[in-house]
Design a protein around this ligand. Structure first.
Ligand code: FAD
Length: 285
């Protein structure tokens, strides 16, 4: 069954991880995937830095490993802002050779000093190119609170429709901390005729530093309830970890009850978080 078939049949539960730096962290990563595999996610996706050609190997190797060694469906992220068509063709040939058929197609963010792609201005260009190049399942990113570079959420949803029309099979959202943004976004997507499944991206917030970075990157709004948690437990890492997990579980249960198509957990390669969230919802998913 492909991951797209899974979306037709159930609420999909997926994890996101990133390739760590250094040999020691690589060994730790395998312990993490070992644990993840016991939780039986529907798929695991692996991020890729938008560094350009030569940047993809670590991500593709881990994605391959998840599929071959752990027999779990995996999804490779592919940001194209610094890639040319021949470079993407080369990556796609490698994926095909390894039997990796699921791609999260992204534009990515510009890296200072790197040359911007002449071939892929937006993710929709990459999605079209992948769909013309072979039999791949394509996922793409979406933004319940609007992308930070968009003038408005309405404009962003119009651009999202282009991605949908380019052949996306399913969407995964940016993290959000207030489910109301997700529900409003889902309605807007429905109104413009986007009928692909949408997984909700949930990131359990577990450290003060992480929150600051996350807000800077995503512009996510912070609900009052969340701010109170940070104010009360921000300087107590263990308490914040428990509170962050409880907050994420609360969000997930509400989303599942509102018929979300899937939950995509930004695990930060942290098996403690994944395990505790999974335990709290295993009879619900
Ligand atoms: P796009 O869909 O191209 O959108 C980018 C901006 O352009 C938006 O403001 C959009 O409204 C606008 N736009 C789109 N089409 C048009 C058009 N035709 N005309 C005018 N404007 C348009 N980054 C990484 O580097 N590596 C990763 O592994 C990674 N994984 C991610 C996973 C998820 C689930 C998400 C939500 C994000 C991820 N990102 C990753 C971050 C992502 O690369 C950035 O958010 C990036 O700024 C936008 O990428 P995109 O694919 O959404 O771009």
């Amino acid at each position: 069954m492909t991951i797209i078939d899974k979306y037709q049949q159930k609420q999909v539960f997926s994890f996101e991880m990133f390739p760590p730096k250094g040999k020691h962290n690589m060994e730790k990563l395998h312990e993490t995937i070992d644990l993840f595999s016991t939780l039986k996610p529907d798929f695991i996706s692996v991020t890729m830095g938008a560094g350009g050609a030569g940047n993809s190997k670590g991500t593709v190797d881990i994605t391959d490993d998840i599929q071959q060694r752990y027999q779990i469906d995996s999804v490779v992220h592919l940001p194209s802002i610094h890639l040319s068509k021949p470079e993407v063709t080369h990556i796609l040939a490698d994926l095909k050779h390894r039997g990796i058929s699921n791609i999260l197609a992204l534009r990515g963010d510009e890296r200072p000093g790197a040359i911007r792609s002449q071939d892929f201005n937006y993710a929709s260009d990459l999605i079209e190119f992948i769909k013309e190049s072979g039999d791949f399942n394509v996922l793409a990113a979406c933004y319940p609170e609007g992308h930070t570079q968009s003038a408005s959420i309405v404009e962003d949803v119009k651009h999202l429709k282009r991605k949908a029309d380019a052949g996306v099979d399913a969407f995964v959202t940016q993290l959000f901390l207030d489910n109301e943004y997700f529900y409003r976004f889902r309605e807007r997507a429905d109104i413009v005729g986007i009928d692909q499944p949408i997984s909700a991206g949930i990131m359990p917030v577990t450290s003060k530093k992480q929150i600051e970075r996350m807000i800077q990157l995503t512009g996510a709004n912070l609900p009052k309830k969340f701010v109170s948690i940070i104010d009360r437990f921000g300087d107590n890492p263990k308490a914040l970890l428990d509170a962050g997990i409880a907050y994420a579980v609360d969000q997930i249960i509400d989303l599942l009850a509102q018929d979300v198509n899937g939950i995509h957990l930004y695990t930060m390669n942290n098996s403690y978080i994944a395990k505790n969230i999974y335990r709290a919802i295993k009879n619900i998913v």
